[in-house]
Design a protein around this ligand. Structure first.
Ligand code: NAD
Ligand code: DAU
Length: 351
């Protein structure tokens, strides 16, 4: 029997990974380890919460002693590490929070795995989920990020993720820890916290609020549906080669302003508003400091070596996303009101 700990499983991507693993692998015991920061929401795990192979552990990866004790107690044989401070804007105002969770938290997990797997590494796997932002920004439209591209992080967030990637590699090289790393492009889909571009725009369109576009909206991101990322994570966890890195992306580049226009169009149709209503909400605001111009992943390695490919076209994924937010108004309202943070007290505390 496999005992897997998925860190950050109450967050956006983590919750989709937890759902996929709980449902697809009934023989695995899945431990969702999450500190429930502002980004953690147990409502994201509601549909799997009563599954016999699902377990929730409230724990902070910056607490080395607690993490060590949990490894001793549960004897995990796989780690899928997604817990992180994930928002670039927050990293600009509070870089140390990113150092604590993304760097120190990752090293705490590596230490625990190294200690508890010593002499029995066979069959174990430490999978670190990272970002394309470690590669910096692209200017030449013909260029893509490859696994061999040099690291060039430019924000406190990407610097902290780059640092954690280096530590993961160092534990592989130095101690023989069986690690694998993936670097993925921008995800979108259900359960995305409405501080990020797509869910923020959806929320603001619904409520007739301004749509803040940074700078001139010329920055380019490569968007991937979150369930396709979860599928890639499943593939790499099971079939990826130890010590390797795989880039994951959608070959789906959009300028921010074009994406916001598309969202406005879809939302006007869905909400029965006259065409052209929502674009009037677009407001150009001061640019993000150090705003990376373009990210674009070359995902050929994972596609050719492991046979993964995105399953959804962007138009379909975006429509599914918009539908999800319109059908899950309570989720969105609970997040914006802060009520989602009472979920743990109501349902778990004292157990
Ligand atoms: P998220 O912010 O939605 O979720 C992060 C989760 O980690 C939350 O549940 C939070 O409670 C938990 N967490 C934060 N600090 C913690 C701590 N100290 N201890 C335990 N749990 C803690 O993030 P996300 O967007 O789902 O990203 C997940 C991972 O994927 C991150 O490592 C991120 O760097 C990476 N990533 C994200 C994207 C993206 O587009 N969102 C793309 C590529 C890679
Ligand atoms: O590339 C992967 C990364 O994608 C992940 O590692 C990060 O965790 C994730 O947050 C995301 O980072 P970005 O900074 O690209 O995502 P964000 O949604 O914050 O911004 C997307 C683009 O939209 C970016 O160019 C900034 C711009 N933007 C964002 C917000 C929140 C705006 O123009 N207005 C906004 O209000």
């Amino acid at each position: 029997m496999k005992k897997l700990v998925i860190t950050g499983g109450a967050g956006f991507i983590g919750s989709h990974v937890v759902r996929l693993f709980v449902n697809k692998y009934p023989d695995y015991q899945i431990y969702n380890l999450d500190a429930l920061t502002y980004a953690g929401n147990l409502a994201n795990n509601e549909d799997v919460a009563s599954a016999p192979n699902y377990h929730f552990i409230k724990a902070d990866i910056t607490d080395a002693e607690h993490i060590d004790a949990l490894f001793a107690e549960h004897q995990f044989d796989g780690v899928l590490h997604l817990a992180a401070e994930s928002h670039v804007d927050r990293s600009i105002t509070d870089p140390l929070a990113f150092v604590r969770t993304n760097v120190i938290g990752t090293v705490n997990l590596l230490q625990a795995a190294k200690k508890h797997w010593a002499g029995k590494m066979e069959g174990k796997r430490f999978y670190h989920i990272s970002t394309d932002e470690v590669y910096g920004e692209l200017h030449d439209p013909k260029e893509f990020f490859l696994e061999t591209t040099s690291y060039d992080p430019r924000s406190p967030y990407s610097a902290s993720k780059a640092s954690s990637d280096h530590f993961v590699r160092a534990y592989h090289e130095t101690y023989g820890l069986p690690t694998v790393i993936t670097n993925c492009s921008n995800n979108y889909g259900p359960n995305h916290f409405p501080e990020k571009l797509i869910p923020l725009m959806i929320h603001n369109i619904i409520h007739h609020k301004p749509l803040p576009v940074y700078g001139k909206g010329e920055n380019v991101r490569d968007w991937l549906f979150v369930i396709d990322h979860a599928r890639a994570i499943d593939t790499v966890f099971h079939d990826g080669k130890i010590g390797e890195t795989y880039n994951i992306g959608g070959f789906n580049e959009w300028k921010n302003i074009d994406l916001v226009h598309l969202l406005c169009k879809i939302m006007d149709e869905k909400l029965g508003r006259p065409a052209g209503t929502s674009v009037q909400l677009i407001t150009y605001v001061t640019d993000r400091a150090g705003h990376d111009l373009r990210y674009a992943i070359d995902a050929n390695k994972i596609m050719k070596e492991l046979g993964w490919e995105p399953s959804l076209q962007f138009a379909e994924g975006l429509e599914k996303t918009v539908n999800w937010y319109l059908e899950n108004e309570k989720w969105l309202n609970d997040v914006t009101s802060g009520d989602y943070q009472k979920y743990y007290e109501k349902n778990y505390a004292g157990r």
